[in-house]
Design a protein around this ligand. Structure first.
Ligand SMILES: [Zn+2]
Length: 536
C-alpha cells in the first residue's frame, strides 16, 4: 500500500530538467514511483492540480543551531518549504565546548572551568541564542547530534563545525595567533567531528575570536576538511571595501589545501562597493576554471542581518562578550571607535535595530548614532541584531544568475508564538524561498527548473547530503508543493513574522508536516519526522 500519493501536479525534480506532468508515490519515507499513477490507492492522497511538486528546499545556510532545540517544529523554515537545514554557518556554532583538557562527556556540574568556558562561548555565539531556557548539555558533536535526535525536529539537520568554538577551545577569546600545539588541538577536534558525521567546517572572520586567526590556521581547517572531502564555508573577512581581497584569501586556502569551498552570502556591503559582486564572481570563475571546487550561497534580499557588534573593530571585541561590553563604557575607547567608524561603509540610515534605523533611534533619544550603537552593544552584547541595507539589485542579480550560486536563507527556524518569535528578525527567516519564486522566477529573471535546482540538488550537493534534493525513485520523500502563480513572501522588514502564501504542502520523510496552510505539529505523538544527518 502506498503511504502518500501526490497526484495531478507538475514535477520539477530538482535536477534542473524541464517541468513535466507526473504523480509521486511514497512508501516508508522514500519516493517509490514517479509517473502516471492514476487509479492507484494510498493511505493519504493529495490532488495538487495546478501546483508544482518539487524536492523540499535544502537550506544550506542557517543559524538554527539552538532555535531547533527551542522549537523543533521549525515553523518559519518548514512553512516556506524548507525540509533540510544546515546549521553551524559563519563560524558560529555550539560544538566543541572546551577541549579534552577540561572535560568528559556532558556539562553537568562539578567542572567549574568547563562551565565558565561554556558561559563565555554561549555569549560569543549570542546571535544563535534566542531562548535562554534551552539547556546546553553537550560538549562535542555526537552529544549535540544526540540532543537534536531527542528534540525530533520537523526538518532534517546537517551540522557544520564552527570555527568560533574550535578556536575558543584551543586558544581562548584573546587576540593571539594559534601556536603549533593549538593548531594541532583544532585539527584533532575538527577531525573527530568530521569522523562523527559533520558536513564540514565554517569560519566567520569578522567575529571575535575568529577574527584573530591567521591564514595558517585557516589552512589547517581547510586541510582537515579536505582529508574528509567535506565543505569549508567562509563568511569572509570583509564584505565591504575588502571583499575582493577576502574572496582571494578563501581561494588561496582552497588552492593550498584542496578543500571544497563555499563563500557564504556573496554580497557587497556599502553603496560605494556596488558592482563588486561581478568582480568577485570573476575571481571565483578563474578558480573554478583551474579546477577548484568553489561555489557560493545567496539570499534574495537587499539587506543583511548580523550582530551589531560585528561593526566593532577587532581590538574592541577582544576577550569575549563581557570584556567587550565593559570596554565600551570607557570614554577613550568610545572616542577611538568613533574615529574608526568615520569610514564605515554603511550609513547609519541603512542600519536598523528592532525595525528602526540607528539614525532614527538617535534622533528620538536626542543623541547621535555612534552613541546609540555603542550603548546597545555595551548593554546587550553580541545578542543585538542589526539589519543592514543599502545593497545593489544588480549585485544580487549577478549572484543569483551565476552557475555556482545556491540559495541559502542565512535565517533561523523561528516560532512566532514562542520564545524565538520575538522582535523584528530579518524576513528571510520566513520568506527567502517564496521570495525567490515571486520576485525572480515569476518576473522572468530565473527559470523555474533552475531556481528549484538552486534550492535543492545544488544545495544538497554542496553540503554533501546524499539522496535528498531530488525527486526520483529511492530518494528521501522530502517534498514541497506550491502554486507557481501565488507563491510569495509576506514577511517584510517592518512585519517579518508572517508566513508566505502559495505553499500547499510540505512533506518531510514521507510525512505531511504542512498541509493547506496548517502545520500539523512536529510534536504530535512520535515527534517530528526530520532526520539528524551524519555525513559519511
Ligand atoms: Zn550566516
Amino acid at each position: 500500500m502506498i503511504d502518500l500519493l501526490v497526484t495531478g501536479g507538475t514535477l520539477v525534480d530538482g535536477t534542473g530538467t524541464a517541468p513535466r506532468r507526473a504523480d509521486v508515490a511514497v512508501e516508508d519515507g522514500r519516493v517509490t514511483e514517479i509517473g502516471d499513477l492514476a487509479g492507484r490507492s494510498a493511505v493519504h492522497a493529495i490532488d495538487v492540480s495546478g501546483h508544482v511538486v518539487a524536492p523540499g528546499f535544502v537550506d544550506v545556510h542557517t543559524h538554527s543551531d539552538l532555535t531547533l532545540l527551542s522549537s523543533p517544529e521549525a515553523h518559519s523554515a518548514v512553512r516556506q518549504g524548507v525540509t533540510t537545514v544546515v546549521v553551524g554557518n559563519c563560524g558560529l556554532g555550539v560544538t566543541p565546548v572546551g577541549d579534552s583538557s577540561h572535560r568528559a562527556g556532558t556539562v553537568r556540574g562539578g567542572d567549574a572551568a568547563l562551565q565558565d568556558h561554556l558561559d563565555a562561548l554561549r555569549k560569543a555565539v549570542g546571535y544563535l541564542d534566542l531562548d535562554p531556557s534551552v539547556r546546553w548539555t553537550w560538549t562535542d558533536l555526537p552529544g549535540y547530534l544526540a540532543a537534536l535526535d531527542t528534540a525530533r525536529p520537523a526538518v532534517n539537520v546537517a551540522v557544520l563545525v564552527a570555527h568560533t568554538p574550535l578556536r575558543a577551545a584551543a586558544v581562548g577569546f584573546e587576540d593571539r595567533p594559534a601556536d603549533a600545539a593549538a593548531l594541532d588541538r583544532m585539527r584533532g577536534m575538527l577531525a573527530d567531528a568530521l569522523a562523527a558525521g559533520a558536513a564540514g567546517v565554517s569560519t566567520g572572520l569578522v567575529y571575535a575570536p575568529v577574527c584573530y586567526a591567521r591564514e595558517d590556521e585557516l589552512e589547517v581547517l581547510g586541510r582537515t576538511a579536505a582529508a574528509y572531502g567535506r565543505l569549508f564555508a567562509w563568511h569572509v573577512r570583509d564584505y565591504a571595501d575588502g571583499l575582493l581581497d577576502s574572496v582571494r584569501q578563501a581561494l588561496r586556502v582552497a588552492a593550498a589545501t584542496g578543500c571544497r569551498t563555499q563563500i557564504s552570502h556573496l554580497v557587497a556591503v556599502g553603496r560605494r562597493n556596488h558592482g563588486s559582486v561581478a568582480r568577485a564572481l570573476e575571481l571565483i570563475d578563474a578558480a573554478r576554471a583551474e579546477g577548484l571546487d568553489v561555489a557560493f550561497d545567496i539570499y534574495p534580499y537587499l539587506a543583511g542581518n548580523a550582530p551589531l557588534s560585528q561593526l566593532l573593530p577587532a581590538w574592541a571585541q577582544e576577550g569575549g562578550d563581557e570584556a567587550m561590553r565593559a570596554r565600551l563604557t570607557e570614554r577613550a575607547v568610545r572616542t577611538r571607535i568613533r574615529d574608526e567608524w568615520r569610514d564605515l561603509p554603511n550609513s547609519w540610515d541603512d542600519i536598523a535595530v528592532d525595525g528602526r534605523s540607528v539614525t532614527d533611534l538617535a534622533a528620538a533619544a536626542g543623541t547621535d548614532p555612534v552613541d546609540v550603537a555603542l550603548d546597545l552593544v555595551a548593554e546587550h552584547g553580541n545578542g543585538v541584531q542589526m539589519v543592514a541595507g543599502g545593497r545593489s539589485e544588480r549585485d544580487l542579480l549577478d549572484a543569483l544568475t551565476h552557475p555556482a550560486a545556491v540559495i541559502g536563507s542565512d535565517g533561523q527556524a523561528l516560532d512566532p508564538g514562542g520564545a524565538t518569535g520575538r522582535g523584528t528578525p530579518h524576513p528571510r527567516s520566513y520568506g527567502a524561498y517564496p521570495r525567490l519564486f515571486s520576485e525572480y522566477v515569476r518576473k522572468g529573471r530565473l527559470g523555474l527548473a533552475e531556481a528549484v535546482r538552486m534550492c535543492t540538488s545544488a544545495a544538497a550537493e554542496r553540503a554533501g547530503i546524499a539522496g535528498r534534493g531530488v525527486l526520483r525513485a529511492g530518494a528521501a520523500a522530502d517534498i514541497v508543493v506550491f502554486d507557481p502563480a501565488r507563491i510569495a513572501d509576506r514577511a517584510t522588514f517592518a512585519a517579518p513574522q508572517r508566513y508566505p502564501d502559495g505553499i500547499r504542502a510540505v512533506v518531510v520523510g514521507g510525512r505531511a508536516v504542512v498541509e493547506d496552510g496548517v502545520h500539523r505539529g512536529a510534536r504530535d505523538g512520535a515527534g517530528g519526522p526530520g532526520e539528524i544527518l551524519r555525513i559519511r
